[in-house]
Design a protein around this ligand. Structure first.
Ligand code: ITT
Length: 183
């Protein structure tokens, strides 16, 4: 059994769909420090949790990085979503032609000894308007490269094919598989 420590059920469902291993959601809160990168935030979270959780577990830290806004909201994605939300981002992007953005997902997996980092990036752009009501967070305003739909217009399986979290979760799955195959 492995544990995914998160308070976000959507994240858990997306990863669970890919992993295939027995996995449980643990909603134990942990501090998210003010740092420049998702990796730093995740490593700090692991250090805080490793004495409190038995066995192997992981956390996932993610964010939306908008090029024309110099990477905002980035490591502050959760806070910005709660405050200005998708309407606020669409407003900030009004009249801006370069709509490039990327979603980043960092999984930090603790194997009871070491931390393993898996990073998935999904390139795309910010939509002109809010579209779709599936998924969560910024899904209705993000269009992945190779699609015309926002993530908010996709079922979870389709989103997982493109998404940052789909990529990081597949990396974790491979890691777990290879480890099991080792003598
Ligand atoms: P944890 O308990 O796992 O920390 P959280 O929702 O607070 O859950 P983060 O701190 O990693 O997660 O914040 C990332 C925020 O970025 C999240 O709340 C969303 O607003 C946004 N986000 C991340 N991945 C997303 C996705 O796939 N689709 C839409 N929004 C996403």
């Amino acid at each position: 059994m492995i544990y995914f420590v998160t308070s976000n059920r959507h994240k858990y469902e997306e990863v669970k769909k890919i992993i295939g291993y027995e996995m449980e959601m643990v909603s134990m809160p942990y501090p998210e420090i003010q740092a420049d990168s998702l990796e730093e935030v995740a490593k700090y979270g692991i250090d805080y949790l490793k004495d409190k959780i038995e066995g192997e577990f992981f956390i996932e830290d993610s964010g939306l990085f908008i090029k024309a806004l110099n990477g905002f909201p980035g490591v502050f994605s959760s806070y910005v979503f709660k405050t200005i939300g998708n309407e606020g981002i669409i407003r900030l992007m009004k009249g801006i032609e370069d709509r490039k953005a990327e979603f980043v997902s960092v999984i930090a997996y603790y194997d009871d000894d070491k931390i393993h980092i898996f990073k998935g990036i999904c390139k795309g752009k910010i939509a002109e308007e809010i579209r779709g009501n599936k998924g969560f967070g910024y899904d209705p305003i993000f269009i992945a490269e190779g699609s015309n739909k926002t993530f908010g217009e996709m079922e979870m399986e389709e989103k997982n094919k493109y998404s940052h979290r789909g990529k990081s979760a597949r990396m974790l799955k491979n890691f777990l598989k290879n480890r099991l195959n080792q003598p």
